[in-house]
Design a protein. Structure first.
Lengths: 345, 355
């Protein structure tokens, strides 16, 4: 049953490895963040189609992102990042001019230090960092003036926005799927990873098994929830709701092979246009999870978007872990034998 | 709180008292990352762009999901280990004719197993579906493996304990005699599985993305089996007269020493993740665990053979030390998922090394 790359490494046909006979081609998402406009239509479409409950109508106070992260009640999440760097060859006209300091770093510091005190370290959906007892602080935004009303150097700041719609990665080697003790998590014929809601007993192991922090247990429901890549729509030959709703085709759905080829072309094109920081994330079958079913084109390092830079499926080390456990178990038994053989002195 | 400089609370303005330190960090970072060369270096931007931290993150939000497990999980780690250790002691006592030790071991291994089962089921999001664990046997899931280990382990423990608890009158009936006859093989079978019960929980925690648990996979099994032996030996020292408790003392000493040594090695050999063990609540819990285990070891070695009172006190210290160790290890793993530095920094270093 367990082949060479069943635990980690590249795997040509995940569905066949999981036991599907003559499966259809593996499908996935290619999310090209360079054309994302941050409209959140994907978040809304996902919620509507999948009947995902509300995740806290909070203003998180850090950007236009008021979702914060993926979770049981948020299967798509649009991240917003402000940075003081130009995009590609873009000229904002501010290059030669003095500019004032931006509030970006201050804001990040304020948020990260208060998040530590929040429930689950901010890992709960809708966690706002602003309810900690501290003096209100000005982060320099938003301004109450009309745009452009003030013209001094200290009011000019140069920045770009990065927006990216995050989603479950549908890993080739899925940490959540490997650790699930009930078989609730399964690999579908499309190569995606889905939780069977009638089986899941809410043990919570998948929550800790995911190296991306995607899957979570839904409060008051008790079962694990995450993106299904619209399994029901796939079976009817439809594309997932988020991809359907995306107005700029930032979210592209299709057979993974095609998406990978297209993504490689897109990166090349962007590099030619001077956007040298464009890079793919999760496309490589040789990475720590054997490549993602949902991969991304990013304009900065993955951690800036809240993604782990080099995730590895915990299962990769499974043989080593059992080896150490076996040695420890033997020592435990040997100690007991020795304790009695020694006559108790 | 245990925040490192990485996420120090924002207090000072850009030119405040800490600006110097921040600038130094910024400089170090800039040097490390100068290869990128995308950041402006015209003087006007020096305060901005580069975050004060030595790693980058999405507003400092956690990359991983903190575990949904509560206190019941570390409590199970403790009671499960205690049950396994007691089962081993009971089997040894049975084979070497130590009736008091045997009786204490058999009964306590069943009671702690029942408590374990409660903790395991109560921590589920849907406790009424606990039996779904039994619909598959899945080698890649330590929880599934553990479920089956416990399923095989439990009947022997139950039979052995029942035979101890049987009233004399019932013992003379046919089922009573059968139970008596079955007790030894059943107890031996469960004792043979006990090392697996005591050690699989280390793999259970290690096969997660939580950096402090995953990276500790070489040391955790020794900490956990050590903790199991120390607690079971400790409990037997409390419950058994000193002249029969000799093997329990030795077992406890092995356990305590193994736990302390493996725990020290873990702190030294883990990279950044050792910070999760040596700071904050995890540190407090483990510090007290080490103190109590050390005290228990000293008591058991010096006076465990002579004084029942000292033996009992040492046993209680070992029990408490073992429990605190489990809670400490649990807390460290949780802490390592809350702060993105435990995820981002080692992974970034790995990438930088390989490129």
């Amino acid at each position: 049953m367990i082949g060479d790359h069943s635990l980690s490494g590249p795997l040509d046909d995940v569905a066949a490895d999981a036991g599907h006979l003559a499966p259809p081609p593996r499908v996935g998402f290619f999310t090209d963040t360079s054309v994302c406009i941050g409209c959140k239509a994907c978040e809304v479409a996902c919620k509507e189609w999948n009947l995902v409950p509300e995740d806290g109508l909070n203003l998180l106070g850090m950007s236009f992102d008021n979702t914060g992260m993926l979770g049981a009640n948020s299967w798509r999440h649009v991240a917003f990042i402000e940075q003081q760097v130009p995009l590609g060859n873009q000229d904002t006209g501010l290059a030669g001019l003095p500019t004032g300091p931006s509030g970006i770093e201050q804001m990040t510091d304020a948020i990260s230090s208060t998040l530590r005190h929040a429930e689950r370290g901010g890992g709960e959906l809708g966690t706002t960092p602003l309810h900690v007892d501290s003096e209100p602080q000005s982060l320099g935004m938003p301004s109450f003036d009309r745009p452009g009303a003030r013209t001094g150097a200290e009011d000019r700041t140069d920045f770009r926005w990065l927006m990216a719609s995050d989603v479950c990665k549908h890993c080739t080697h899925a940490g959540c799927l490997d650790v699930c003790p009930t078989g609730a998590l399964l690999r579908t014929e499309f190569g995606t990873v889905v939780v069977q809601q009638d089986i899941c007993n809410g043990c919570g192991y998948c929550v800790s098994g995911c190296p991306y922090g995607v899957i979570d247990r839904r409060p008051h429901d008790g079962r694990a929830q995450k993106c299904t890549l619209c399994y029901d729509r796939l079976r009817d030959g439809l594309e997932p709701a988020c991809a359907k709703a995306c107005p700029t085709d930032s979210i592209q759905f299709g057979p993974l092979e095609e998406l990978r080829a297209h993504a490689a072309q897109r990166v090349e094109q962007l590099h030619e246009l001077g956007v040298t920081e464009a890079r793919l994330y999760g496309h490589d079958p040789n990475d720590g999870v054997g490549g993602n079913g949902a991969f991304f084109l990013l304009l900065d390092e993955p951690e800036v978007y809240g993604l782990p830079p080099d995730p590895v499926v915990p299962t990769r080390d499974l043989p080593a872990m059992w080896k150490y456990a076996g040695i420890a178990a033997s020592a435990f038994l040997a100690a007991a034998v020795a304790a009695f053989a020694g006559g108790g002195h | 709180m245990s925040n490192s400089g990485v996420n120090s609370p924002l207090a000072e303005p850009p030119d405040g008292p800490d600006a110097h330190g921040a600038a130094a960090q910024t400089l170090a970072r800039g040097q490390r990352r100068r290869a990128r060369g995308r950041r402006g270096d015209d003087g006007s931007r020096e305060q901005s762009m580069v975050p004060r931290a030595e790693f980058r993150s999405y507003y400092g939000r956690p990359v991983l999901k903190p575990p949904v497990w509560e206190w019941k999980v570390p409590a199970y780690l403790f009671t499960g280990g205690l049950s396994a250790g007691s089962a081993v002691l009971a089997a040894g006592a049975d084979l070497t004719s130590r009736p008091a030790l045997r009786r204490a071991g058999r009964i306590s291994s069943l009671l702690t197993l029942l408590v374990s089962a409660y903790f395991l089921i109560a921590d589920l999001g849907r406790p009424e579906r606990f039996h779904h664990m039994l619909r598959v046997a899945k080698p890649t899931s330590p929880m599934s493996v553990g479920t089956w280990i416990l399923t095989l382990y439990a009947p022997g423990v139950g039979i052995a304990a029942l035979s101890e608890l049987l009233p004399a009158k019932a013992r003379r009936t046919i089922p009573g005699r059968l139970l008596d006859r079955l007790a030894r093989p059943a107890a031996l079978a469960s004792a043979a599985l006990a090392p697996a019960v005591a050690s699989y929980t280390a793999v259970l925690l290690s096969q997660t993305a939580a950096p402090a648990w995953h990276e500790a996979h070489p040391q955790l099994p020794f900490i956990f089996t050590g903790s199991a032996a120390a607690s079971a030996g400790g409990l037997a020292m409390v419950l058994t007269p000193v002249d029969e408790a000799g093997p329990a003392r030795m077992f406890a000493c092995y356990g305590g020493v193994s736990e302390l040594v493996a725990s020290k090695l873990m702190e030294q050999q883990l990279g950044l993740s050792s910070e999760a063990y040596t700071t904050g609540r995890a540190h407090q819990l483990r510090k007290w665990s080490q103190r109590l285990t050390t005290a228990g070891l000293i008591g058991a070695t010096l006076a465990g053979r002579r004084s029942r009172a000292i033996a009992g006190a040492s046993g209680l210290a070992l029990l408490a030390g073992s429990a605190l160790q489990r809670f400490g290890v649990f807390e460290a793993g949780v802490a390592s998922t809350k702060d993105p530095k435990y995820v981002v920094v080692p992974q970034r270093q790995r990438l930088d090394r390989s490129s």
